[in-house]
Design a protein around this ligand. Sequence first.
Ligand code: ADP
Ligand code: ZN
Length: 607
Amino acid sequence: MKSLLKNLLIFFFIFIVIAGLFYNAAPSNQEVERISINKLVEEINNEEAESIVIEGSILKVSLKGGGKQSVKKEAGESFSELLNNFGVPAEKINKVNIEVKEESGWQFWLSNLLPFLFPLLLIGLFVYFMFRQVQGANGRAMMFGQSQAREVNRQDEKNKKKRTTFKDVAGVREAKEDLEEVVEFLTSPKKFIELGANIPKGVLLVGAPGTGKTLLAKAVAGEANVPFFHISGSEFVEMFVGVGASRVRDLFKKAKKSSPCIVFIDEIDAVGRQRGSGLGGSHDEREQTLNQILVEMDGFEPNINVIVLAATNRPDVLDPALLRPGRFDRRIVLDEPDINDRLEILKVHSKNKPFIKDVSLRRVAERTPGFSGADLANLLNEAAILTARKNKKMIGMDELFDSIEKVMLGPERKSRMLSEKEKKITAYHEAGHALVAHLLPNIDPVQKVSIISRGLAGGYTLKVPLEDKHMHSKQEFLEELSVLLGGYITEQEIFGDITTGATSDLRTATNLARRMITDYGMSKNLGPRTFGNREELVFLGRELHEQRDYSEKIAEKIDQEVMDYINEAGVKARELINGNKEKLDKIVELLLKEETIEKEEFEKLMS
Ligand code: ADP
Ligand code: ZN
């Protein structure tokens, strides 16, 4: 707005200057009196005019008495004709000295064209300024079609130390071995081409978020010392149709120029979902973008050494066209890290952090099953921050353990003050979970019970498996249901009332029971089959609808079985709680006093 005003001011300034020039040009014929043609005719008839100089359409008259006058005549009409028309006798005309002067070229053009040119000029200026004004915003709009791929890992020496290499990626040994090959393709392609081998164009990295897909792709570029172009699938999907495709074109153009190189497409499922599924208008756009990616990959000449790495955690939703030979035909799976990998990852990220001597990263690794690489990196960072906030110089075990819980459950909310009554209810609720968990044989040992609220939970009971688990049994699930209901049932038994504190427990329990029946074939009567085809939709990326592949009657049975499992689990939990009231009270007493109970203390209490 401000600059528009400025431009308008400049514009008016120029206008005034030009107007001024014209105004100044006028006075040169000031002493010359302007007269009409009739007057001139009269003067000629009265023999007052001495000479007349004709310059274009201007007649300059000198009078015998010494005055000067000027007359404007119609352009194109000759002066003699004019006089004829006015009926001036020839002898009178002869008495006047008439001279015709050529109007000089530029004067003629200027005088004829300027009246037209001037407004044009003004309009032109105006348009120019308007354009300049919009350019800022416009420029950005014009950039839309360009990919916003970021390039890192340039080949210069300066970056050599900062370059990500396989050393920075812990665990995922098999994935690294597979990618070793890609590095070789990039560094010595000749070897393969000479043998007539086709260098792969696309590699799909499959793994949950935070398992290090981006990191690994960067490491490949770093190992091969080639440029790395990074773009996210969601960046292709913009408001305007066609933008995605043009970004793809631009990205590959850049990549081909700096071949050999790596192009990394994160979240490829954002564009690469099966065509023809999905809601909303973005879906045409995705199709075009996807097509463009395929076209570009098919169009690589054999000697152009660009390898596309793409990341996804949903390979099952990808369009089959993407996975065909010559496209993303290689697939590398990144698993969740197991305990040894976790330890390795912790080591990588603890390099520049000072620890107290008794810190055991192995114990941290033991306590963090299910953590991804990103979670672990985050954990160490949180621990460092926590240490700094305590004004300590070195990170200790306490900070590490606190950070595990923070990453797992969200930050502690000590400020959320519970009233005495609420505190008591929470204590009984958590004690109920802990007690049932302790008494059931297939449940992981209780690691910690707490009535300090964290994230959304009022209190929490942490159970940590002794080893990494990849499978779960029906018995485990049934017991888990009892543990989940332990809090709810305890509240009921002790206070004869129920609070809202159990909401998320109940939801988790219901979902678990339903999955047991519909997904895992763990029902009593319905047999070994799955129910319902879950189709994830692009829209919000969440399960929005479930395709039913069973009848109303079966649906009723499923509901019935879910109820049965939950009720049975409730009965079991009630039995355990009522049979161990003294233990329950002991836990509650300690919880109210100390707010948290650690594993060792808890086990002593129970024995
Ligand atoms: P993704 O792309 O799979 O979502 P990232 O590659 O972005 O995950 O990982 C996020 C961060 O987590 C990395 O920057 C790194 O700090 C850490 N990380 C993940 N996996 C590993 C690993 N295997 N070794 C070391 N650090 C890891
Ligand atoms: Zn609970």
